[in-house]
Each structure stands twice: as C-alpha cells, then as structure tokens.
Design a protein around this ligand. Structure first.
Ligand SMILES: Nc1ncnc2c1ncn2[C@@H]1O[C@H](COP(=O)(O)OP(=O)(O)OP(=O)(O)O)[C@@H](O)[C@H]1O
Ligand SMILES: [Mg+2]
Length: 511
C-alpha cells in the first residue's frame, strides 16, 4: 500500500469519525463536549491531513449576523441543494417561491478546479451566560469547510473568494429591494436610528416596457451596466463610484418610469429624496450618509423642489462691474439661503451633496434629477461631471407606440398601425396619453377598439393643432395688417422705397 493511500484512508476514517462525532455531540453535556474536543483536536492535528474552516452565524456576542455565513449559505443553497439529501424549505422574499437550503448536519461536496471540498451544516447548543435567562440553551449555527492540506493555497485563496463573491451576488439578486423616503414634516424620535422610512420596492417597469427609441434605450442600458461593473475603473482614476443622470422632458414622458426601470435593471434600492422636507444642509448630509451602496438617489422635479434656478438675486441688488463670473455664481448661491420653501438647503449644499467628500462614502450610487424645465436650472447644478448624462424624454414616436401596443394589447402588427404611424408623426402626444388610450375601457373592448380610440384622440389633437396654428397665423396677419393700416409702416422698421416700382417695397429691420 502506497503512503498516499494510507493517508487518504486515515483521512477519510477520521473525517467519518468527525462526522459521527458531530452528530453524537448534541446528546453529550456541554462540559463533556468541550473536554473531548480539546484533546481529540490536539491528537488528531498530528495525523489528520485535512484543514477545516468554520463560518459561524454569529461571532462572539455580536448581534449582527455574519456576512461570511450569509454568503456561504446563499452559495450552498444555489450550488449544492441538488446534491444534498436533507433540505430545509423556507418562503422566498415575495412569498411566492420556496427557497431550499441544506438541513442541519447535512454534508455536501463541491468541486472547484479539480479539487473536492466538503461542506457540513452544523448546529451547536451553548448554554447562555445569564442564569436568569428563560432559555437554557442557545442555538448556534455554522458551516464547516473541510479540504486537504495540499490544496490550502487554492482553497483559502481563490475558492473562498469565489464562494464569497458568488454568495453575495446571489443574496443581492434575491434580496427584497426597498423604496426609501424622507417624509415631510415628520419628526424623527431620538430612538429611531434612521431618517429614512421605507417600503418594499416592487415597481414593474423595465426597459423592455419603456416606450422610446430603441437606439437611445440601448445606449442608456449600456451606460448603466458599464457603470455597475466599473468598480476597478473608478478606483483607478480616483473618482467616487457614482454617476449623475438628469432626466428632462414634458410631463408624462416617462421620467419616473425610467427611474424604476433603472432600479430594476441594476437591482438597486431607491431613495426618493423630498428636498422641501429637508431642514438644512446638515440634514441633507445626514440623509446622504445614511444611504447604502447599490442605490439610486432621486430628486424629482428639481426645479420645483427649491429655487435653484440662479435667478434669485433680489431686485435692486447690483453687482459692481469688476465682479467676475465666479462672484456672480457665489452671490447666486448665497441667494438660495433665504429659500422660499421653508427649507434652508442651498445650491452649494446640494452641490456638496452631489460631489462633496461625503458623497464618496458607500459607493455605487446613481443620483437622478428629473425636471420638466431643464432651462430653468442653474448650469452649475447640471454641468457634466455632476450630472454626467442628460437624457431627454420626449413625445411618443411610432417606435414608442409599438412598445406600448405590445405592452397593453399584446400586438406586434395590425392594419390600423399605418394610420397611427401617419398621425403620430404629425402631433405631439405623450406616451402617458397613448398608454391611457390603449387601455381597454370595458371588458368588451378589443385591440381594434383600443386602437380606434387612440386614432380618434390623435385626430382630435391634429385638429386642435391645426386650429391653433391657423389662429396664430391669423393673429400675426391681423397684427401685421393693423400696423400697416395705421402707420403705413412697421414701427422700428425702415421702409426703403425702391423707386422703380412704387408697389415693390423691401422692409429692412433696423431695430
Ligand atoms: N416612455 C414611456 N414608456 C412607457 N410608459 C410610459 C412612458 N411614459 C409614460 N408612461 C406611462 O405614463 C405614466 C406616467 O409616466 P411618468 O410618471 O413616468 O411620467 P413623468 O415623465 O415622470 O411625468 P411628470 O413630469 O409629470 O412627473 C406611467 O405610469 C406610464 O404608465
Ligand atoms: Mg414623474
């Protein structure tokens, strides 16, 4: 018999013995267990070529569940639940599916780069320290990883890294995402740890259901996915791992819907920041610090939240001629201190919130502003580097309509599409209005009826537009004719008589 075979036989005998002991120990008193383990471990360590690593659910007296234990649990539940013979079943995050994990004392194997390792799920009972405690014993769970000494480097290096990474990813995918908000007028009691209140985030919007140009959609998705995978890149260039998006466009064009689609694409939490409810810059900073990684911080209708338009300099305040552009910005920023909304958040406070030193804490965050009036915003607030990507959401195009027809009516083609295509190119209609018209109004409404409703709405809009246009033209004509009638010339205009033909006059604007 070769030496290696002897070791292997001894190793597996000892492993079996250890496994048997793992099961037996629960029936022994605690003191006996401790005594036995102390001495057997010492003796065995001379002969036993296997290494064991334990992952405890709770370490010491710490109340927080160990992240390593949680990652191992997720990893094993995804990778080895098919090979385990005894499993525990628990309800998943949305109570719609069962999650299977290894039951206590179950043992499974895992193969990594040709190396086999053993995982055992374990539970130990330890007496509580307090004699007054109602519960005589505490249950402590742990996972034990066993592998041969010769694979020490590979297991403690890349294998454990792989388990942690994959486990964390599985946990992130399966976690219940949250929508946080800072409720206006709410006084946080001193015992309450956080300034945010939250509910479960379950918005169904995705980029697939968003009505917009396919090319633009692809570009945004690529931008978001690239951001979420760029941890190393941001580290290398020495920039905080965050990205600002400005979504602008008329009401009902899908700005809020896009935020939900972004959160669903990247599996991020959403922090809906109500700026008018924030007392001052200090409170704004506190709110920011409490946000977690992998989240989107949203400030909706930024133009309405605060007067951040750069127009706040009081009437009569004049800047001396030698004040440079920088000073102008400074005066504008200070002007915000008086805030008209009851909030004392200033533009500079907000800029600090976006790119100040605290904004780097936590990492992997998107900051999204939405507005209906991009031109009203202070350029300092939306300059590139702060709001890195400006996305305009606009009226519905035929491509957008096709997405909505598919969402609402499960239609990819229909004889009425041609009419919709012609009309939608002529009028401005928001995706929200198109969606509303495509919605069946009674159980008897079929796709044809819904499309006819939309066509009717488009025709009405086209007529209204035509009337408005002709009204404007008539008004212009009346204005022009009236001024000619009264004065024979347009005020501010110089009429040059060409001499040769008295009826032929050119008007040259000199104003
Ligand atoms: N581009 C779109 N794709 C799909 N659905 C859309 C789109 N735009 C609007 N909708 C539909 O219209 C409704 C209103 O859209 P949403 O709230 O996203 O608009 P908004 O741009 O945020 O408007 P506001 O400026 O008033 O906040 C949504 O619930 C959604 O059903
Ligand atoms: Mg909105």
């Amino acid at each position: 018999m070769k030496m290696s075979e002897i070791w292997t036989t001894m190793g597996s005998t000892l492993a079996s013995f250890m496994f048997l002991w793992t099961i037996m120990r629960q029936y022994c008193p605690y003191e006996v267990q401790r005594f036995f383990e102390k001495y057997t471990h010492r003796i065995m360590s001379y002969f036993y070529p296997y290494i064991r690593i334990s992952f405890h659910e709770y370490m010491g007296d710490r109340l927080k569940r160990s992240e390593a234990y949680a990652a191992v649990e997720a990893y094993l539940s995804a990778n080895t639940s098919k090979s385990a013979k005894r499993l525990k079943a628990e309800m998943g995050k949305d109570s719609s599916n069962l999650v299977l994990t290894m039951d206590e004392y179950e043992r499974v194997t895992d193969d990594y780069e040709g190396v086999t390792v053993w995982w055992v799920s374990n539970k130990v009972m330890s007496p509580t320290r307090s004699p007054m405690s109602y519960y005589p014993e505490q249950e402590k769970r742990l996972y034990k990883l066993t592998f041969h000494n010769k694979y020490r480097d590979i297991i403690t290096g890349s294998y454990l890294e792989h388990v942690m990474r994959e486990g964390k990813e599985i946990r992130l995918r399966n976690r219940q995402r949250k929508l946080y908000t800072n409720s206006p007028g709410y006084k946080w009691p001193s015992y309450k740890q956080t300034m945010w209140s939250h509910i479960v985030f379950e918005h169904p919007a995705t980029f697939d259901t968003m009505a917009m140009e396919p090319e633009k959609k692809r570009e945004i998705i690529e931008d978001l996915v690239t951001f979420s995978k760029s941890k190393d890149f941001y580290e290398r260039i020495g920039k905080a791992w965050k990205r600002g998006y400005l979504l602008y466009g008329p009401p009902g064009t899908g700005k809020s819907t896009m935020i939900a689609a972004m959160a669903n694409l990247l599996a991020y939490d959403v922090y809906d920041l109500e700026l008018t409810a924030v007392k001052d810059n200090t409170e704004l900073r506190k709110l920011l610090i409490e946000t977690t990684s992998k989240s989107i911080i949203v400030i909706e209708d930024i133009d309405c939240s605060l007067d951040l338009t750069g127009q706040r300099k009081k009437k009569g305040d004049k800047l001396s001629d030698d004040e440079n552009e920088k000073d102008v910005v400074a005066v504008r920023k200070e002007g915000k201190e008086e805030g008209g909304s009851g909030s004392k958040v200033t533009l500079s406070g907000l800029l600090n919130f976006i790119d100040g030193i605290w904004s780097a804490c936590g990492g992997e965050r998107l900051i999204v502003f939405t507005t209906n009036y991009v031109e009203k915003l202070d350029p300092a607030l939306i300059r590139r580097g702060r709001m890195d990507k400006h996305i305009q959401l606009s009226y519905c195009t035929f491509d957008g309509f096709k997405v909505l027809a598919n969402n609402y009516l499960k239609l990819e083609a229909h004889p009425l599409f041609d009419t919709v295509k012609r009309l939608i190119g002529e009028v401005k209609i928001t995706p929200a209005d198109v969606a509303e018209n495509l919605m069946p109004k009674s159980p008897l409404d079929d796709a044809h009826k819904c499309l006819s409703n939309l066509i009717e709405a488009l025709e009405e809009a086209a007529e209204a537009e035509a009337v408005r246009q002709s009204g404007t033209n008539e008004e212009e004509l009346v204005q022009q004719n009236g001024s000619f009638k009264e004065n024979g010339e347009v005020p501010g205009d110089k009429v040059i008589d060409q001499g040769m033909n008295p009826c032929h006059r050119w008007i040259v604007n000199v104003a």
